[in-house]
Design a protein around this ligand. Structure first.
Ligand SMILES: [Zn+2]
Length: 136
């Protein structure tokens, strides 16, 4: 198993209605990625799309991916593309459950938002994940 040091929380920075298929297509065709950006994506209805085995490396946080599990919710911007916490109650519930599971598997891993990594100039995931999940 990889040495997991971080569990990173992301938003897709898309409308909440964006589909997992379109997001994957963007990664492949516009960014040229072979691997998905995240291991898990949480849809607006709270459903999880499990895109990649956690033993494999995804593309969520530049420079940290080999030691990170990446989890994202769909959304994170308002209609003008400004950062906004758009998590639905269902997404919040699923995110909490999934983070608990991952923290149980990797008790030493630090849960934080993408923006909490060094030299990140993004607002992702549009809320203070580090503070919200500090007691997990
Ligand atoms: Zn991110």
């Amino acid at each position: 198993m990889r040495n997991i040091k971080y569990i990173a929380v992301h938003c897709t920075a898309t409308a909440q209605t964006a589909t997992v298929e379109n997001i994957q297509k963007y990664w492949r065709e516009h960014l040229g990625w072979q691997m998905p950006g995240y291991h898990f994506i949480i849809k607006a209805n709270g459903e999880i799309a499990h895109l990649l085995d956690i033993e494999k490396v995804s593309n969520g946080v530049k420079g940290f991916n080999s030691e990170t599990i990446n989890i994202s919710y769909i959304g994170g911007v308002d209609s003008k593309n400004n950062a906004k916490d758009t998590r639905t109650p269902e997404q919040k519930a699923t995110l909490l459950k999934l983070l608990r599971e991952m923290k149980n598997k990797f008790p030493k891993a630090i849960i934080q938002g993408h923006r909490d990594f060094p030299n990140v100039a993004k607002a992702c995931p549009s809320f203070d994940a580090k503070n919200e999940y500090k007691n997990l």
